[in-house]
Design a protein around this ligand. Structure first.
Ligand code: AMP
Ligand code: MG
Length: 338
């Protein structure tokens, strides 16, 4: 089955064609880094306007690379949640139009489900596993039972981990996007230079939750405190922050491995591109960790098309009257739990 997948949830427009959830025939991505860089963050209206310009040319390019006509595709898939509303509307409208004119089935996908699926494109992974979704808007710990079913066991109660990277990078003027900028700066720093505080959410109903606002504030306040000091080093700050940001995630993973007696861990989402994080996982005992291929770690259409194949086989198509949803379950779920 050939699936065309569209991704437009944030600042990357991407169209891919994937066969049977694995074989990527085309995956074209138009990044908007240049457009958003002057603001050191994503400006939703600029993102929507760029998606609108790119969506058709990218679809043409993907079809050309795969050597297909649009009516040779069997299913049209698109991420319709979570994300920035303008971008979602562009992607979903385009996908509906393609499905309408080709009379092919349409399927709407949760972008987070697709991220979690992304390591499956390149690896064979058995269920159940502990899933860690780390992105710019979400930080979620799940127990995945099949491609389409997982239970959220923990989430952030405030900022997402990627968001903390982005805000700290912006504050220290390290570059945009913040995650790769901090990773690069941290290479020249001492990760033990500062022991920034991390949250300690260990009450039974919150033990898999995390919090990043305290760490973010501590790292940002550090500059106010030490900017006059000769020993001030932004590389040390970046390395120490990166270590502490991941310390807390690794603790939760170790706890989940023990509690659920599951040794397979899948890490996905933009932050999973971080090489330091990948190395840290090698140090966890009894842990067989899987990461996406780097090109499928940040937002891409391939993961949408690949996951859509399994979702369609299990649940069938989505109505053409389906809407868009900026937020999903797992977004600060701990606050909702109260
Ligand atoms: P996503 O929300 O899944 O599209 O991923 C984007 C987020 O991942 C942003 O917050 C980025 O700063 C973050 N990110 C991307 N690459 C890295 C990296 N190498 N290290 C840490 N964070 C990263
Ligand atoms: Mg994403």
């Amino acid at each position: 089955m050939l699936v065309l997948g569209i991704e437009s949830t944030c600042d990357e427009t991407s169209v891919a064609i994937v066969e049977n959830g694995k074989n990527v025939l085309a995956n074209v991505v138009a990044s908007q880094i240049k457009e958003h860089a002057p603001w050191q963050g994503v400006v939703p209206e600029i993102a929507s306007r760029n998606h609108l310009k790119k969506i058709i040319p990218l679809t043409e390019k993907a079809l050309k690379l795969a050597d297909l006509e649009i009516n040779q595709v069997d299913l049209i898939a698109v991420a319709n949640r979570p994300g920035l509303i303008g971008g979602l509307m562009v992607g979903v409208s385009a996908a509906k139009a393609f499905a309408w004119v080709t009379k092919k089935p349409f399927i709407a996908i949760n972008h987070m489900d697709a991220h979690l699926y992304s390591p499956h494109i390149s690896s064979e992974i058995n269920f159940p596993y502990v899933g860690l979704l780390v992105s710019g808007g979400h930080t979620m710990l799940v127990i995945a039972k099949s491609y389409t079913s997982y239970e959220v066991i923990g989430t952030t109660i405030d900022d997402a981990v990627g968001e903390a990277f982005d805000k700290i990078a912006k504050f220290y003027d390290l570059g945009y996007p913040g995650g790769p900028a901090i990773e690069k700066t941290a290479l020249n720093g001492n990760e033990l230079a500062f022991s920034f505080p991390i949250s300690n959410l260990y009450k039974s109903d919150r033990k898999f939750d995390v919090s990043y606002s305290g760490l973010k504030t501590a790292v940002i306040n550090h500059l106010h405190k030490y900017q006059q000091a000769e020993s001030y080093s932004v590389a040390d700050i970046a390395a120490s922050f990166q270590k502490r940001a991941f310390d807390v995630l690794l603790k939760k993973i170790e706890l989940a491995i023990k509690e659920f007696n599951i040794n397979t861990v899948v890490v996905a989402g933009g932050v999973s591109a971080n090489q330091y994080l990948r190395k840290r996982f090698q140090q966890i005992k009894n842990c067989n960790a899987f990461f996406p291929n780097l090109k499928y770690a940040t937002d891409n259409g391939a993961m949408i098309a690949a996951f859509a194949y399994h979702k369609y086989l299990e649940e069938g198509e989505t109505s053409l009257s389906e809407g868009v949803y900026p937020r999903v379950e797992g977004f600060k779920i701990s606050l909702l739990r109260k």
